[in-house]
Design a protein around this ligand. Structure first.
Ligand SMILES: *Cc1c(COP(=O)(O)O)cnc(C)c1O
Length: 464
């Protein structure tokens, strides 16, 4: 009567010799199949004790084989970004140019001259691979690259302003996202924050007072990438601050966040430019490699040689150094950036941001036609205007006019279809708007579009 229900569960060795799992062992290491079986048996044991029925051995074996297969594949994988947000931080920001991806492969699979000087047969510097390119592209005296821009800001403040008062406008004490807040990063670096001005207005005279009183021994300007103050506002540009800094021999530091090297890369948008910031008199500027620049994750620092040298010598430089894979991608990206006209085509992020609405309309038309055919007559697909975004906290008020393929009606539109696309082998991420599923072509490659059609065909098959 009170028979132990767990007795009905198969024994581990019996389960592992089930034909489904014997077959799975051909594709997946045995250790993973065993681990998956152990996990599954434990899960079922708990469910059975709580009153659930004992599943069939075939069902168990099928679940275990699928779990082992999942365990054998990396969880971090390619996804398709159909959201129209170009520098989507959750989706890895800027996609690399093929040349940059090839450069990564070339140094990843073997040894490289990362810190070896091939001409003089002696130890070299990892900075050398990008420094002269960065300088010639922007007019900077010196340059270095570190792990990311948060690290660049931290190193800049630690090396150039630790223990010193740094004047920052109250309107620039921003949070960039995650835990990156200007006052906190300053405190962590040992720099002493001297707030000047007010939230909406900061004048040159505010900085002057902090400098003349001796409270500020450096000036920091932070580009408020992700928000804008509008209305009754006043901001002191770098070109005005540089006179003050120079007159007192103080460094003028600038966290540009997301910028292009020069305005030629993104003529249609008011993007900050590193070359312009240097020409306006910034002594050191830093910014991200994987935002508007269109390269890998990196923090790029440009400026006067004596300041950059002090940053290179600082012990934290080793803590925040860039790895060889990112460095390879960064150098290849910079090589492409030597010619702005071809870079606007060659770098995926720049080409997406520079895309012309009429071209997007034509591509959305083709995608909509293909989708309509692949999904079948139960669905309605059309072309709709839509608005893309720069993303990555850059220029939040710039709407990028574009076009999307919109699935406006059909079984499971929008939520069911959204989930089916998201669970596709190559997950497809789209937006839902007014009950329609939108696929913005701005952020799609030709290969992405073919994969979307394959996903649509498998949705249709599963509905038969
Ligand atoms: C994005 C950003 C950062 C942080 O850069 P990461 O590359 O994400 O480390 C710092 N400051 C500003 C102004 C930014 O926009």
């Amino acid at each position: 009567m009170c028979e132990n229900p767990l007795r009905a569960l198969p024994k581990m060795d019996v389960l592992l010799s089930h034909p489904i799992l014997l077959a799975a062992r051909e594709r997946v290491p045995y250790a993973l199949v065993r681990q998956a079986a152990r996990d599954k048996l434990e899960e079922v044991r708990r469910a059975v004790l709580a009153g659930a029925a004992v599943p069939s051995v075939d069902a168990l074996a099928g679940d275990i084989a699928a779990a082992a297969q999942t365990m054998s594949r990396p969880g971090l994988k390619r996804v398709i970004n159909a959201t129209g947000v170009v520098l989507h931080t959750n989706l890895g920001r800027a996609p690399l140019a093929p040349q940059a991806a090839e450069a990564v492969m070339a140094v990843a699979e073997g040894y490289s001259n990362l810190e070896y000087d091939l001409d003089n047969a002696c130890r070299g510097s990892r900075h050398s691979h990008v420094e002269s390119l960065l300088c010639s592209l922007t007019g900077a005296e010196a340059a270095m690259a570190v792990n990311n821009n948060a690290a660049a800001v931290f190193l800049m403040l630690s090396a150039l302003a630790a223990g010193k008062g740094v004047a920052v406008s109250r309107g620039e004490l921003v949070e960039i996202g995650g835990a990156f807040r200007v006052p906190e990063i300053m405190a962590a670096s040992g720099a002493v924050l001297r707030e000047v001005g007010t939230t909406n207005k900061t004048r040159l005279s505010d900085y002057e007072r902090a400098v003349l009183s001796g409270e500020a021994l450096a000036l920091l300007k932070v580009h408020t990438s992700n928000y804008q103050i509008v209305g009754f506002t006043e901001d002191t540009p770098l070109s005005q601050l540089s006179g003050l800094a120079a007159a007192h021999g103080l460094p003028l530091l600038c966290d540009l966040g997301s910028c292009v090297l020069s305005p030629a890369f993104l003529p249609s948008l008011p993007a900050p430019s590193a070359a312009v910031a240097l020409a306006d008199g910034a002594d050191v500027v830093c910014f991200s490699g994987d935002k508007l620049l269109g390269g890998p994750q990196a923090g790029i620092v440009l400026g006067k040689k004596r300041y950059i040298d002090a940053m290179k010598r600082h012990p934290l430089a080793r803590v925040v150094r860039i790895d060889k894979l990112s460095l390879a991608a960064l150098e290849a990206t910079l090589l492409l950036l030597r010619d702005p006209e071809s870079a606007r085509e060659a770098l995926p992020a720049l080409s997406m941001l520079n895309a012309r609405p009429e071209d997007l309309r034509a591509r959305a038309g083709d995608l909509a036609a293909g989708l309509g055919e692949a999904l079948g007559e139960d669905y309605t697909v059309s072309v709709l205007p839509c608005t893309g975004q720069v993303g990555g906290g850059s220029m939040p008020n710039e709407a990028l006019p574009g076009f999307c393929a919109a699935v406006t009606a059909g079984p499971g539109v929008p939520q069911g279809l959204e989930a089916a696309f998201r669970r596709h082998e190559v997950p497809i991420l789209c937006r839902i708007h007014h009950g329609a599923l939108l696929l913005d072509v701005r952020t799609l490659s030709a290969e992405d579009e073919r994969e979307i059609l394959r996903a649509a065909e498998s949705v249709r098959r599963s509905e038969r």
